[in-house]
Every structure is written in C-alpha cells, then in structure tokens.
Write a protein that binds this ligand. Structure first.
Ligand SMILES: Cc1cc2nc3c(=O)[nH]c(=O)nc-3n(C[C@H](O)[C@H](O)[C@H](O)COP(=O)(O)OP(=O)(O)OC[C@H]3O[C@@H](n4cnc5c(N)ncnc54)[C@H](O)[C@@H]3O)c2cc1C
Length: 484
C-alpha cells in the first residue's frame, strides 16, 4: 500500500488531526539517538522513513489504529521520546506506521505511594509534577527530560540511583497496554519490560514513588586498581550498605566529568571543546599524555563516587567510619561535583561532536563480580587502536554490575571516522562476549546489538520474549525486525 493510501485510509478511521503526512516529521522518525544513524545519508534515511506518523489523542484512538494495522498486516513502531541509543524506535525498511505517544502524556493520579501515568509522559515533566507535591520517582536516567515512561518500560531503563532503588522493572507496579488486536488490557509488568515495542503499546503505568529527600550525603574514595574498587563495593553491598548512587570511575571518565583531582573541566567552552575534538584525531598523543599524567599525579586511578539519600543516614554514618579506617583517600568533593553535573552528557554535545567529524558511542554491559575487571581490560585493549575508551561501573546488585563504556574518536576523514566507529563498536561487543559478559543492561537491543542478541540477556529472557510474541502479537506487526 502506498504512503498516500495508508494516510488517506487512516484519516477515515482516526481523527484527521492524528495523522501526520509531512515528510520532515516522518523523516525524523528514521533516527533516534543511536549514534550510527548520525552518519546516515539521505538514501538510508529514506529507506527507514515510515509511511505514516500517527499521534493518537487517547488509548481508544490508539486501539482503533492498532486493529486497523493488524487487519492489514502493516508494521507499527511505537515511539516515545526517541531518546533510545540502539535504533529500536526506527522502522525497519518495510511498510510501516510510527505511533508517537506524545499526546498520551497525562499524570492520572497518586495513591498509596504510587503514581499512575500515561505511557507518553516525559520523565522530566513527571518528576516536576511529583516534586511539586513533595514526592519523587527516584528514577533518574541521564536522558530524563527526553524519555517517556513507556520507553523506560520497553527498554528496561535504569536510573542513577539504581543501586538502592533498582531499575524501572523494580519500580513498575502495574502496566496497561494496547494490543495489536485492539484490546486494552492489564499485562504482567515483567512481560513488557525489555520488550522494545514488539508486543504492544504501553498506555498506562503505575510506578512506586518516594518522599522527596531534602538532603543527600556524598562520599568518594580512590583505589589503585579496578579489583580493589570492586571488592570494596561488593563488601558494602553484601553487608547491606547500598549507596543509592554507586559509581566506580576510571581515571579518564572521572577527569572528563570534572571529578578527578587533576581538575579537568567539562566540555563547556568552545576552545576546550575544539581542542578535545582535535586531540581525538591523535590517539597516540592522547595516550602518551595520559600515561605521563598518570605517572606524575595519581597512584590511585579508580574513583568511587557514592551518594546516599536521607533515608540512608545511618548507612552514611557507618560508611564515613569505615572509610576513615581504610588506607584510601575519602572526601565529599567528587560526590558533590557528580551531583551538580550529573546531566552534563546530553544530545547537544553528541551532535556537536559529530558536527566536528568525531564520533561518540556508549556500551552498557552486564557481568558478575568476577568478570567485570577482565571485560574492562580486554575491551580497552581491543578498542584502543581505533578510539579512546573510558568508563565506569554502576547499577550494582548482589551478583555484579553494569560496565558502561564510552568510545570516542575521529578519523582522518568522515569515511575513516565511520570505519573506526563501527570497528570499535564491533570489537567492544566481541571483547565483552569473549569474557563472559552480557552486551545489554539498560539500553535495549534495537538494530545496534541485533547481531549479538544471543549474548544480550540473562537466563531464558529471550525465549520468554519469543513465547510472548506469539501470544500478544501473533501476526508480527509490532516493531518487526527488532529482538524477534
Ligand atoms: C544522552 C542520553 C542519556 C541516556 N541515559 C540513559 C540512562 O541513564 N538510563 C537509561 O536507561 N537510558 C538512558 N538513555 C537511553 C534512553 O533514554 C532510554 O532507552 C529510554 O528508556 C528510551 O525512552 P524513550 O521514551 O525515548 O523511547 P524511544 O527511544 O522512543 O523508544 C525506545 C524503545 O521503546 C519502545 N517504546 C517507546 N514507547 C513505548 C510505549 N509506550 N509502549 C511500548 N513500547 C514503547 C520503542 O518502540 C523502542 O523500541 C540515554 C539516552 C541518551 C540520548
């Protein structure tokens, strides 16, 4: 069916104002924040542009749309804030409709330490609503302002305070979804977590909320080796101390975030930004400077940043005593800097880097305690010839944590940058898998990780998703080409 015919027919089924035909709007849906798409040329964008863009006003209109598409076997791709970094909200190149949930954005009410919202509500709007009433979600992904509740569920999002509060799967009490056959049903939250729009569209979510803390305690300390830092965090967690924010940074990311003692500043003025872009072209020089500085300055390159909220006053007191007895330096400064700058890494900065011919990408891996150190070392070694790598470990549980790597670089020309970007990404995935890690923690799979999907989930989650696909979406119209 042609794009005109799809849009024309949909205008008879939905209100005409729900159907958006303009090319620019549809082309925007051919990208999310998967950095590879920033290299895409016109022909590639055109191939992924949906035939129609629909913004339903309410769940009932959405159900009518789904039923219509299901009857005709037309693909439907749900899209929240479009902040995903793996290309999972981008249509695959077949006849498709993108459904943007931006009009399903109401906060429906608060009761019993929980809030119920529509699936398209933006995280920043929801948090402001709660804060004005003395409450908080305590779910703080770095893209809070541009991501939605439905997107969090679909990607299994984790926020910065997750070592205490867990990920969105731990926060979600109830989920309502619109299914391809047009029904609106309450579903098991665990069924839809990490489903990336392949089962149905999340229309309503009930999430746990907490009293807005008035006070935070921040602490930090340094370690000579990744293994020492990990041992310390494991000891804390196993003794029942879970600082809400627990992040173990390598020196390079600590510096880039302005937290290390060398007092490197953020990329916040043009001259410094240009200098960094230029340095990305000369990886050997950067590495030499880095080694020199390491020698002169810091025998303890790993920085552990911890932030506890006021419900954790006792743990904070205990931790201060514990750190005093340790032969490691402890102070409050790095934690305070972290709190002040925790949203520093945003889409404007990603875009500015690409505009300078550089690339930057992120990889969220998960592994047990005994494997994290090796994954870090091996990935560093594999990727370093092509890009700079830096990272931190966070989102800890009793079993392990998430190693989050940032890769950045710049080739001699755009083709070389694309080659380096793709090679660095592939080598990072392979190194992680070789060391027994999972290549997904909270970003999802999308197009980005599809070739490595069998190394992306714990236990039998992939089998579970496949089984649920047959139940919820037997005709396979929901976000085809992703996961299943
Ligand atoms: C700068 C930056 C920082 C980030 N930091 C974090 C972070 O700290 N933690 C984190 O977890 N993520 C982070 N992300 C990734 C991203 O914000 C998350 O993946 C987020 O959960 C995506 O939500 P969204 O509404 O933007 O979804 P989209 O990008 O629009 O879609 C993502 C997936 O969810 C599906 N989907 C969207 N809405 C629905 C719905 N209502 N029902 C069913 N399926 C739906 C889509 O089909 C797609 O498969 C970051 C991204 C950026 C750009």
């Amino acid at each position: 069916m042609s794009a005109d015919k799809i849009a024309g027919d949909l205008k008879k089924v939905l209100r005409p104002q729900a159907v958006f035909e303009d090319e620019a709007g549809r082309k925007e849906c051919a990208r999310d924040w998967w950095p590879q798409t920033l290299w895409w040329q016109e022909n590639k964008i055109a191939a992924h542009t949906p035939d129609a863009l629909i913004k339903p006003a309410n769940a009932e209109e959405l159900c009518r749309l789904l039923q219509w598409a299901n009857d005709r076997g037309i693909a439907v791709v749900p899209r929240g804030g479009g902040s995903g970094v793996c290309g999972s909200a981008i249509p695959s190149n077949r006849e498709s409709i993108v459904v943007k949930t931006e009009r399903l954005n109401k906060v429906l009410g608060m009761a019993d330490s929980a809030v119920t919202v529509e699936g398209g509500v933006l995280g920043g709007d929801l948090e402001s609503y709660l804060n004005n009433r003395g409450w908080s979600l305590q779910h703080f992904p770095a893209a809070l302002d541009i991501s939605t509740a439905g997107g969090w569920i679909a990607t299994g999002s984790f926020g910065q305070f997750s070592t205490l509060y867990g990920g969105i799967g731990d926060q979600a009490k109830k989920i309502e979804a619109a299914l391809p056959d047009g029904r609106l049903v309450e579903v098991e939250p665990d069924d839809f977590i990490l489903s990336e729009g392949t089962l149905g569209i999340v229309t309503k979510v009930t999430l746990k909320i907490r009293r807005l803390p008035e006070k935070y305690f921040s602490l930090s300390c340094e370690f000579g080796a990744i293994s020492q830092g990990l041992d310390f965090v494991r000891y804390l967690i196993r003794s029942g101390i879970r600082p809400a924010v627990t992040r173990l940074y390598d020196q390079m990311e600590a510096r880039a975030g302005g937290m290390a003692r060398s007092k490197y500043r953020l990329i916040n003025d043009e001259a410094e930004f240009k200098l960094r872009c230029c340095l990305l072209k000369h990886l050997n020089l950067v590495r030499f400077l880095r080694r020199l500085e390491d020698k002169i300055r810091s025998p303890r390159p790993w920085l552990l940043v911890m932030v506890l909220d006021e419900t954790q006053a006792q743990e904070a007191e205990h931790l201060v005593k514990l750190l005093k007895n340790e032969p490691i330096k402890a102070d409050e400064k790095a934690g305070e800097i972290w709190l002040a700058k925790r949203y520093q890494w945003n889409t404007d900065k990603i875009m500015a880097l690409f505009n300078q011919g550089c690339f930057v990408d992120t990889l969220d891996t998960w592994a047990g305690w005994d494997r994290l150190g090796r994954i870090y070392q091996e990935t560093m070694a594999a990727v370093s010839p092509y890009a700079l790598v830096m990272g931190h470990i966070s989102h800890f549980t009793g079993e392990g944590g998430c190693l989050y790597l940032i890769i950045a670089g710049r080739g001699a020309n755009p083709q070389d940058s694309i080659y380096r970007h793709q090679t660095a990404w592939r080598l990072a995935m392979e190194a992680c898998i070789k060391c027994g890690g999972l290549v997904n923690h909270h970003h999802g799979i999308g197009f980005a990780k599809l070739p490595w999907i069998s190394h992306a989930y714990q236990n039998s989650r992939l089998d579970g998703l496949r089984a649920r696909k047959k139940i919820y979406d037997p005709k396979g119209i929901m976000n085809p080409g992703k996961i299943i």
